[in-house]
Design a protein around this ligand. Structure first.
Ligand code: 5RP
Length: 262
């Protein structure tokens, strides 16, 4: 692998553990001012030092993140849809590779919608973005987005992840599911998992992260289950303990409980 590409990826996936805790804060690009991300800068600030990488879109990066940060940025570059729009899958590339380079990011991220009305368009977006990014040693993270009526099962997510890797994504972001190891086994590039909507308990989150790591994910790209928690700093520290130190869900819960009181 080219030196620049490898260097960028090693800023995101920590070479010491081979794992990563990415903090996703890109939700506003189609959800608007999501709960607890209304003032994204204020939400991000205390969490930034605990994230191996931050995933915002360009607007939040420019307005809510200190440019002096040493935390690598994975820049969301796709969009063009909204929760009130015609179809969530109708995405294009909204931020140029030139701007990503100017923003000095470690990677760019975009969504693919396999099985949706705009499947072809989003897969071509990925192929074209990879073609351009490879020229500059810029990794592309493909997000396997799921439509409202789609089942997030092993077969479907395995299909999405493999297609993303085949088209050249260097990292794939997907959802945790039963038999997750089968998704990992079918995907020749590292996989990170999203958290999804806020879960009922912290223990549910730690079990998801622990399951994903045990079955081969290299980490998480998690948002709401961290910053919608009442104790987000304790939460990200506990998630880190599972990802980087192989804490069990119970040990992570103990850490969360001791940190939340501080
Ligand atoms: C949306 C995204 C989000 O970044 C992703 O869903 C991660 O956040 P969360 O853990 O809140 O689900 O890529 O397409």
């Amino acid at each position: 692998m080219d030196w620049g590409m490898q260097n960028r990826i090693s800023h995101i996936i920590r070479p010491k553990t081979g794992r990563t805790v990415m903090l996703a804060v890109d939700h506003g690009y189609f959800l608007g001012p999501t709960s607890r991300l209304e003032n994204a800068g204020a939400t991000i600030e205390p969490l930034l030092e605990y994230a191996d990488a931050l995933m915002p879109a360009r607007g939040v990066l420019r307005t809510g993140v200190d440019p002096a940060t040493s935390t690598p940025i994975v820049l969301r570059v796709s969009g063009g849809n909204s929760i009130v729009g015609e179809d969530l899958s109708r995405e294009g590339i909204t931020t140029s590779v030139e701007d990503a380079l100017r923003l000095n990011v470690a990677a760019v991220a975009m969504s693919i919608y396999v099985g949706s009305q705009y499947e072809h368009q989003t897969l071509m977006n990925l192929g074209n973005l990879v073609n351009e990014c490879e020229r500059y040693g810029m990794p592309v993270v493909a997000v396997t987005a799921v439509g409202k009526d789609m089942v997030r099962d092993t077969r479907y997510l395995g299909l999405c992840c493999r297609i993303a890797a085949e088209l050249g994504a260097r990292i794939v972001k997907t959802y945790y599911t039963d038999d997750f190891h089968k998704v990992v086994e079918g995907c020749p590039v590292p996989i990170v998992v999203a958290g999804g909507k806020q879960m009922d308990t912290e223990m549910d989150v730690f079990e998801l992260v622990h399951g994903a790591i045990s079955e081969g994910a290299v980490g998480v790209d998690m948002g709401r289950n961290i910053w919608q928690n009442d104790h987000p700093v304790a939460m990200i520290q506990a998630v880190r303990s599972v990802v980087h130190e192989d804490f069990t869900p119970k040990e992570a819960m103990d850490l969360y409980n001791s940190e939340k009181g501080k």
